[in-house]
Design a protein around this ligand. Structure first.
Ligand SMILES: *[C@@H]1O[C@H](CO)[C@@H](O)[C@H](O)[C@H]1NC(C)=O
Ligand SMILES: *[C@@H]1O[C@H](CO)[C@@H](O)[C@H](O)[C@H]1NC(C)=O
Length: 193
């Protein structure tokens, strides 16, 4: 009788140890797999969209859109390594600042190389035009500014750009060596629902 009980208990031990853990996981309920239908993704096809607009980096004048928030920490750096600018740069349909406003590029960029002019750029493109008003595209990438064409990844988005991925191609349209103001053409290719 006792031996039977002992064997039974031993058999039960693994159950005793595993069951509470499983139940706890279920109780916390912080993660679950979801059917695409719940978010309506099954009915929607992933779209590929191309945007073209101009990005205005205005560092000069009394109303700059791009301001230095960290001065270059090293006095002798030829690349201003470590300098950081916070931006809210206008995005316009045409290269002229007076052309139609598409949205604003909000974020910052920093000099990230000791040997050439490379920037790390982190930006949210807050679109205000048309049906995309209120939606954002997020870009995080490396920008070797002296190259003719640069490419940075689109890492996500919000609103109509949920689940966004893609890339942006940049070409400098205009640059003033005197004021350091720049206008850059952005072509963005983005997959989204
Ligand atoms: C900058 O100055 C530091 C300290 O004097 C020196 O060690 C370093 O090599 C210099 N860097 C450059 C790029 O000249
Ligand atoms: C974009 O949306 C905001 C908030 O809903 C609204 O105030 C604004 O007028 C809209 N802009 C355009 C260009 O439709």
């Amino acid at each position: 009788m006792f031996t039977k009980f002992l064997i039974l208990s031993l058999l039960c031990i693994p159950l005793v140890f595993t069951t509470p853990q499983d139940t706890n996981d279920n109780n916390y309920n912080f993660v679950r797999s979801l059917d695409r239908k719940v978010l309506g993704l099954n009915a929607k096809k992933e779209k590929l969209t191309h945007f073209k607009f101009y990005w205005h980096d205005m560092v000069s004048g009394s109303n700059p859109s791009s301001v230095q928030i960290v001065p270059p920490p090293l006095k002798n750096s030829t690349t201003a390594f470590g300098v950081v600018n916070m931006i809210e740069n206008p995005l316009t349909l045409g290269p002229q600042l007076s052309s139609k406003l598409v949205g604003k590029a909000q974020g910052f960029y920093a000099s990230s190389s000791q040997s050439e002019i490379d920037l790390i750029m982190a930006m949210n493109f807050a679109i205000t035009l048309g049906k995309y008003n209120g939606s954002t595209i997020t870009i995080l990438g490396r920008n070797p500014v002296l190259n003719k064409v640069r490419e940075m990844p689109v890492i996500g988005g919000s609103g109509l750009f949920r689940f966004a991925r893609g890339y942006a191609q940049l070409r400098t349209h205009w640059f003033s060596p005197k004021t350091k103001d720049a206008i850059v053409e952005y072509n963005i290719y983005v997959l989204h629902y």
